[in-house]
Design a protein around this ligand. Sequence first.
Ligand SMILES: Cc1cc2nc3c(=O)[nH]c(=O)nc-3n(C[C@H](O)[C@H](O)[C@H](O)COP(=O)(O)OP(=O)(O)OC[C@H]3O[C@@H](n4cnc5c(N)ncnc54)[C@H](O)[C@@H]3O)c2cc1C
Length: 546
Amino acid sequence: MQSPVIDTPVLIIGGGPAGSALAIELGWRGIPCTVVEEGDGTVDHPRLGIILTRTMEFCRRWGIVDRVYNCGFNNDYRLNVVYSTSMTGYLLGRDENVSCNELQPPPQSPVKRQRCPQMWFNPLLEHAAKEYETVDFRHFHKLNGFEDAGDHVVAHCYDSRSGQAVHIRARYMVGCDGAASSVRSALSIKMSGRPVLSYSINIFIRSRELLARHDKGEAERYIFVGPNGTWANLTVVDGRELWRITIIGNEQMMNLAEFDAEQTVRQCLGTDDIPFELISVKPWRRTELTAERFRKNNVFLVGDAAHTMSPTGGHGMSTGVADAVDLGWKFQAVLEGWGGSDLLDAYDAERRPIATLAAATSANNFRSWVSVPDCENVLQEGPAGDVCRAAVGQHMLKAGREDWDSLGLQLGYRYETSPICISDGTPPPPFSVLDYVQTARPGSRAPHAWLADGSSTLDLFGRGFVLLRFSADVSSASLEDAARESGVPLTVITITDPEVARLYERKLVLVRPDGFVAWRGDACPQDASQVIDVIRGVPTRALASV
Ligand SMILES: Cc1cc2nc3c(=O)[nH]c(=O)nc-3n(C[C@H](O)[C@H](O)[C@H](O)COP(=O)(O)OP(=O)(O)OC[C@H]3O[C@@H](n4cnc5c(N)ncnc54)[C@H](O)[C@@H]3O)c2cc1C
């Protein structure tokens, strides 16, 4: 029997969070795509658990934010961070946080972060992707190789259920196939950065009694410090009975044959008396790596295939989802014919610096976790031990802040070097991982503000470009004409609320389909067609700030 050949505009390799997010983004835009995933969709060992605010904003646009809020996590469980010597050992410090239910969205966003472990988040995204008729999601399909033929890609897959080869011809292919990406290897794209921050081991356990049998109170994470520094942490998974322990390790690979997982769990618990069931043990390598390019001809890298980072801060998956959102509208533009020949290159220019920043921030978080000064006496009884524990507690509380509180990076990442955003000549505001001051400066996420009807400004963005007009006196005609002539979908929305106008700072603000500001000014630019050409990736002569 002849192997089937499938035609698709976009082929996505890998149906993890990055692949599913890209499929949703394309489905939402009406762009057909095919996802091939070698597994069956089951997550037997959850890694990610925290869904940061920017990802929740995308989930709001996709109409699935309530599904994430109501994913099944115990939303009454308090998300403190506890520093201790074990679950039943000395308490070193506690960062008090509220539960998911009590948490309010930050003033800069209509949504808030949410805990949703991967065994629920992956299927939730996959389910949302499959709701689009245009998304063809195929499990048990493994990519074995591909050729880039210049104007299309042919991918050779294997359906492990039918035993059949399946060939897929796509205009574009995207490797969302994780850290060990075979797509990236086939393209000979190198990763740069730090290949080993530590060799770590995850231990996934069930313990129904843990919560009732320790004295540290509810926490999102319990971080264990010993005389040699931080050596492990225990993370909540479902807020009831599932927990994940991470043994931090070091730059030397651990000898797994000698690793006693049960004994290690008991060490974390600080007692032999709390019963638990060992579900799975997974070694992994903590890295700070970014691919040297995110695109080669018709093939793109998204998610962990493009960048890997320490989970300290919870930025890994969220960075991948933001890649997918950045790429989705660009695919729509070129496939519908209104995107220029440079548009897809802007994906690399925009996302690679952000991935490098997120990976560096995550590595800094990791370093401040593990480098604990003067902790030799942390287990010692008596006054010398008390003094040591107080100092270690203070150090950890300070060191942990960027890890738990990073709105500046989550919402404030900006496309400073983007070739498709037009500078307005204002200097970049200072960047802080911690603090986020909203700005409508080109290259930045368009600010959130509540509108009179209870919606957010963010709800206005997505389908095409949006020209926000903050004064009835200013004409938007030449931009509208230029957009119409080049087929760029553009909606003009007039906002009269002076507070929102103040936030956006100019009378006209042009927002891209991914919610980033492309251009702003107090009047239409002299050469509106050139502005429209730049923002849709048509090669143009150099444009001064307009
Ligand atoms: C301990 C830990 C905790 C973490 N916590 C968080 C967190 O709280 N928040 C957060 O944002 N991030 C977190 N991360 C990072 C997060 O897990 C990853 O960034 C995320 O899973 C990457 O998603 P992805 O879709 O790019 O890759 P993956 O999740 O690795 O998915 C890749 C998919 O591709 C498939 N695939 C691979 N090769 C092929 C092939 N040849 N053919 C077909 N299919 C293929 C695989 O089966 C897999 O399903 C954590 C990571 C770790 C290690």
